[in-house]
Design a protein around this ligand. Structure first.
Ligand SMILES: Cc1cc2nc3c(=O)[nH]c(=O)nc-3n(C[C@H](O)[C@H](O)[C@H](O)COP(=O)(O)OP(=O)(O)OC[C@H]3O[C@@H](n4cnc5c(N)ncnc54)[C@H](O)[C@@H]3O)c2cc1C
Length: 881
């Protein structure tokens, strides 16, 4: 038989004698147990395999002293069966490992799961059999398994990381790994113990080891933020909340960002006084709750480096207050990552332990470990003899256990290790293109370790089992993600990671703790609730991004990208859709103005700038109000004349306040926002002529305004950008003032409605085609619309100041903005464009709401600085201001 035929028939031959099931689940932890229960109920034949000798997963292996959960146990529980919930009561706020293990055993018994679990059986390799459309799993113990579907419930934190230190094998004393702690009692009393690693396991075990050991030496490479757990009974208020309405409590958790039902915090740090911030922090410190301190202090703590630095410093102050030796306190204080970018730990007496006379901290940043010898540990500066070494060095997280099944061979003989050579690629963190019928529970690309895993696990298991049942119903036997969907998910992951500070830390979330591992933020940072809604959307849109096949049914390929919007834009639009607002154009001009004013009251306050002033300037036909934003840096500063958005009908000099503040801070320039006249009271060309007159007045009064005399700059958003560029044309034609550059954000440039973006984005993105019709009707009669003062694209463009033109993908105005930029370039005007993917018309002015708009505003600020001949400010300098 030719070799290819032998290879092709290998799975078939190997599968003879294999255990045949519909679904094989690898892992019998939180995920594997629930899957088995659900699969059975759905009528599938299923088994689970686990290398452990009992159920429990994480809680089977991690038996080190002090091992506990760090999400309150009332939240870190199954929620699928209310009867199970009433049958079990947790004894503590954060249960110990033995109690959680008992709970998982109780669950296994209650649903009679053990007899379908093969314990002590490691799955060593997996091969997709293209002819049979089945997976063949090889094991190290007993028959292989042939299954239609292969679900890896192998755990995110189940592959302990091997120590990377020379000489471990030479050490003659006892060696323990927190992630593989012996079942028998470990006696440490009277012994000299070393703990290497100060992540969560180290921080939980160190205080208890210190109580027993004659001397404990802790070797720390990276300091972690830790806060006191204040363990005890579950807090009465949380229990009451849960018991009052269990279903609602659980549902809130499912749709929350981290899987614990806390409301979304909306106050931003700069709105609070020092005293108010401290009060909030003290309350969080006293609460001893990770989910609380990570979400409830102020809205910008997890997304903005300044807001985060405030928390980080308060924690460091606590460390200094507890640890008596200043040098030890300094070493224990993290400075190399934002608070929360690496999972903070919950502790019991951790920092105070360093005040004990029998505890020494060795800072490996100053004296790295050179080797482990027969008698102990040698650093650059000292040699420490010990009887016991405890490695609390963490895990090869998220991908370690998946990649340990090697090879996993999918379609056309492709292995997962080659598919993931540059880092994990998944669709939804659940599936991998080219590996049909393979599912991962809490895989890379899903919220997993950034959430309460119990909630994430239930969501994943439910989604997978429901899909398998639906496929069976429809006659499909295989499911495979498409490459397009997978690539789009990678883009969405990258977009999400721009919203948080995780990308700024080298952690196990990014693979940085494992030498040679591809780097990148592995968990989904967009939040559990949004993630759940995306998974649901994939289903409601006909299994978008999947190819389904079956022997007797036509193939179904629904290729596409489930999320094309930026993650925060998706949230904003979702919230707006839920509000079921009437169309703005149905409110009448005054009604629409009232609505916008009301709407603006709910947005985060703009950031502080050096000074905010107000005054009156001379418009085309009388005085106009203005608002002036001055930077905190010493002047005189160049002046940017700013025109707000609102379709020439809505808004005023205050309505883009957060945007003006933000740009003032980023550019180091004065922003003067002009209250130009509006239609219908003052129709075309009032707004355009006011824009020009105001710019002239501001240029003439630059010194009085504290600005730099000489050329000014103009900027505007939407209809305001229309006025800004019309001003440039008028200034060129009417002999000044001199304008050094123009920033046009989503400009209205032409009165035509037939460009593609008017069709693509006609509805659903807040600014609608109908609303633009209405704005134009109110502002300008059809006869006037081709006047370049209304449609600047129709004017002469040569000789205009350099421009930076910003357009947004999901904006009806997109294509006329692009057309304008191209026409400027064709006319010889220096122009740069930002075509912002995934953004909508309001993205860049929704400061501190659409966080992904920051990088765009950074580019706008750079453009303005270049126009003004200033040095471009590096981003971190703004934080320091
Ligand atoms: C010390 C510690 C504390 C934690 N505390 C919390 C917390 O408070 N809140 C929270 O949300 N999360 C916490 N976690 C994360 C925790 O891992 C999850 O909450 C949850 O237990 C994961 O369940 P799982 O079933 O997905 O995986 P696991 O519990 O890791 O189970 C996976 C199982 O798969 C088995 N397995 C893997 N590969 C193979 C193979 N090839 N063949 C056979 N068997 C295999 C393993 O032996 C293991 O038993 C903690 C983790 C640790 C380590």
């Amino acid at each position: 038989m030719p070799e290819e035929m032998v290879a092709a028939r290998a799975p078939e031959m190997a599968s003879r004698g294999a255990q045949q099931v519909d679904v094989a689940v690898v892992g019998a932890g939180f995920a594997g147990l629930y899957l088995l229960h659900r699969l059975r109920k759905a009528g599938f034949t299923a088994i689970a395999l686990d290398s452990a000798n009992d159920v429990g997963g994480t809680w089977y292996w991690n038996r080190y002293p002090g091992a506990r959960c760090d999400i309150q146990t009332i939240d870190y529980s199954y929620t699928f069966d209310p009867e199970l919930e009433s049958a079990w009561t947790w004894s503590e706020k954060y249960a110990t490992q033995p109690e959680i293990l008992r709970y998982l055993g109780f669950v296994a018994d209650r649903y009679d799961l053990r007899h379908d679990i093969r314990f002590g059986t490691k799955v060593t390799a997996a091969t997709w059999d293209e002819t049979a459309d089945r997976w063949l799993l090889t094991t190290d113990n007993g028959a292989p398994v042939s299954c239609r579907h292969y679900i890896m419930a192998t755990g995110c934190l189940s592959a302990p990381k091997a120590p990377e230190i020379d000489g471990v094998k030479d050490f003659k004393g006892e060696v323990y790994f927190t992630g593989r702690w012996p079942h028998e009692e470990v006696k440490l009393a009277g012994k000299r113990v070393a703990v290497i690693g100060t992540g969560s396991s180290g921080i939980q075990s160190i205080p208890l080891i210190a109580e027993q050991a004659a001397h404990l030496t802790v070797f720390q490479r990276t300091a972690s933020f830790a806060l006191p757990a204040h363990n005890g009974p579950s807090p009465a208020d949380r229990v009451t909340l849960l018991e009052q309405d269990r279903a609602a409590y659980r549902e809130q958790a499912r749709w929350s960002l981290v899987g614990v039902p806390w409301p979304q915090q909306t106050d931003v740090s700069w709105q609070l006084s020092d005293a108010e911030r401290r009060e909030r922090f003290e309350k969080a410190w006293a609460a001893g709750d990770l989910a609380y301190i990570l979400t409830q202090l102020w809205a910008d703590q997890g997304v903005d480096i300044d807001g985060n630095a405030l928390v980080a410093e308060l924690v460091r102050e606590k460390i200094r207050g507890i640890v008596k030796d200043p040098e030890t306190a300094a070493a224990l204080s993290p400075h190399d990552h934002p608070f929360g970018a690496k999972r903070p730990c919950l502790d019991t007496n951790y920092y105070a332990t360093y005040n004990r006379p029998n505890v020494t901290l060795v800072n490996l940043r100053q004296e790295p470990i050179k080797a482990i010898t027969a008698s102990g540990i040698v650093t650059d500066k000292r040699s420490v003899d010990v009887d016991v070494i405890v490695f609390a060095t963490g895990f090869d997280a998220m991908t370690g256990a998946i990649m340990a099944v090697h090879p996993i061979t999918g379609r056309a003989g492709k292995s997962l290790s080659s598919a993931w050579a540059q880092g994990p690629q998944t669709y939804l963190g659940l599936t991998v293109a080219g590996f049909p019928n393979l599912f991962m529970i809490t895989g890379p690309g899903s919220p997993s370790v950034l959430s309460n895993m119990a909630v994430s696990i239930e969501q994943h298991a439910d989604w997978v089992v429901d899909r398998l049942a639906a496929m069976r119903e429809a006659g499909f036997t295989t499911i495979d993600a498409t490459e397009t969907a997978q690539a789009a998910w990678a883009q969405h992951m990258a977009d999400c990671s721009m919203m948080t500070l995780h990308r700024l830390a080298n952690t196990w979330y990014t693979g940085a703790n494992v030498p040679g591992k591809a780097q990148g933020v592995m968990p989904y940072t967009g939040g559990l609730g949004p993630y759940r809604s995306i998974c649901n959307e994939v289903v409601s849109r006909g299994m978008l991004g999947f190819k389904l096949t079956g022997p007797n049914v036509p193939e179904q390929v629904n290729d596409g990208e489930v999320v094309r919007l930026q993650p925060d834009v998706r949230l904003v639009l979702g919230m707006l859709a839920e509000m079921n607002l009437p169309p703005i154009e149905s409110l009448g001009a005054q009604g629409a103005r009232d609505f916008v004013n009301e709407f603006n009251k709910g947005r985060p306050a703009g950031r502080p700038v050096g000074e905010v002033g107000a005054g009156m300037l001379q418009g085309a036909d009388g005085p106009l109000p203005y608002r002036l934003y001055r930077p905190a840096t010493p002047g005189p500063h160049p002046i940017v004349v700013y025109f707000h958005g609102g379709g020439w009908v809505l808004g005023d000099e205050l309505s883009d306040d957060p945007f003006c503040r933000d740009m003032c801070r980023r550019t180091g320039m004065i922003f003067v926002s002009v209250g130009y006249r509006h239609a219908p009271e003052h129709r075309f060309p009032a707004a355009a002529e006011d824009g020009y007159a105001a710019t002239r007045w501001i240029a003439e009064h630059a010194a009085d305004l504290g600005g730099k005399p000489g050329p000014v700059l103009v900027a505007g958003w939407s209809a305001g950008a229309n006025i800004a560029t019309v001003t440039c044309q008028l200034a060129r034609d009417r002999g000044g003032p001199q304008i050094a550059g123009q920033l046009l954000v989503c400009p209205v440039t032409d009165c035509r409605f037939d460009r593609q973006s008017y069709t693509d984005n006609a509805v659903g993105y807040f600014l609608t085609r109908a609303l633009m019709f209405w704005f134009w009707d109110i502002y300008c009669s059809p006869a006037d619309r081709t006047d370049p003062r209304a449609s600047p694209l129709r004017g002469q463009l040569a000789g205009l100041p350099p421009a930076f033109v910003v357009t947004c993908e999901f904006d009806p105005l997109r294509d006329e903005g692009v057309a304008y930029a191209e026409a400027l370039a064709a006319a010889g005007v220096p122009v740069r464009q930002l075509q912002a993917g995934g953004h909508f018309h309001s993205s860049f002015v929704m400061v501190d709401v659409v966080i992904t708009g920051v990088s765009g505003r950074l580019q706008m600020a750079e453009a303005l600085q270049r126009f003004a001949g200033l040095q471009v400010t590096p981003p971190h300098a703004i934080a320091a201001e």
